[in-house]
Design a binder for this molecule. Structure first.
Ligand SMILES: C[S@@+](CC[C@H](N)C(=O)[O-])C[C@H]1O[C@@H](n2cnc3c(N)ncnc32)[C@H](O)[C@@H]1O
Ligand SMILES: [Zn+2]
Length: 149
């Protein structure tokens, strides 16, 4: 039997959706303290077998049986992009997905977490990761290849 859905936990104040280099992203208008709860990623549960049949960017596996289908636009956590040097981290508790600040986050910063290797290899790597860390890495490589005179 699929787990019962419960109302999501109230998100941190001041989160807004904004255009970023990686498509839409989630930005905080207010500073967030290290380790503070920020938002829950929520949606209906589907089985992992159902999830395996879909090619969908908003599926989040919570254990060996169930996946959360987070595609609803009311789930604004779905706009959080991946970073290889993220400022947030995910905790899964009782099949629910909670996002916490990994460090102190400044007002106007974009929220990011590490999507993990499987998602990264399937959806991010083929087009190139657009997170800050990878962008700077690419710039360094270009500088080595083409030194400015
Ligand atoms: C859960 S959605 C995040 C919100 C998405 N940017 C949007 O506009 O709806 C995940 C998708 O966003 C894009 N994305 C997220 N992080 C990225 C990154 N670091 N580099 C490139 N694309 C990224 C990829 O298309 C990925 O499949
Ligand atoms: Zn990256």
């Amino acid at each position: 039997m699929k787990p019962q859905r419960v109302p999501p936990r109230r998100a941190h104040d001041g989160l807004i959706i904004k255009k970023t280099r990686s498509g839409l992203g989630l930005i905080t208008r207010k500073p967030i303290r290290r380790k503070n709860f920020i938002i829950e990623y929520f949606g209906p549960y589907i089985t992992n077998d159902e999830a395996d049949k879909r090619f969908d960017r908003y599926l989040f596996e919570v254990n060996s049986y169930f996946t959360v289908d987070g595609k609803s636009r009311t789930n604004i956590a779905r706009y959080i992009n991946h970073s290889c040097r993220p400022n947030c981290e995910i905790t899964i508790r009782d099949r629910r997905i909670f996002l916490y600040a990994k460090r102190a986050i400044l007002a106007e910063e974009e929220l990011t977490y590490d999507y993990g290797k499987d998602y990264f290899d399937e959806f991010i790597k083929p087009h190139g990761c657009r997170c800050e860390k990878c962008r700077f890495k690419r710039k360094d490589v270009q500088r080595v290849k083409k030194p400015r005179r």
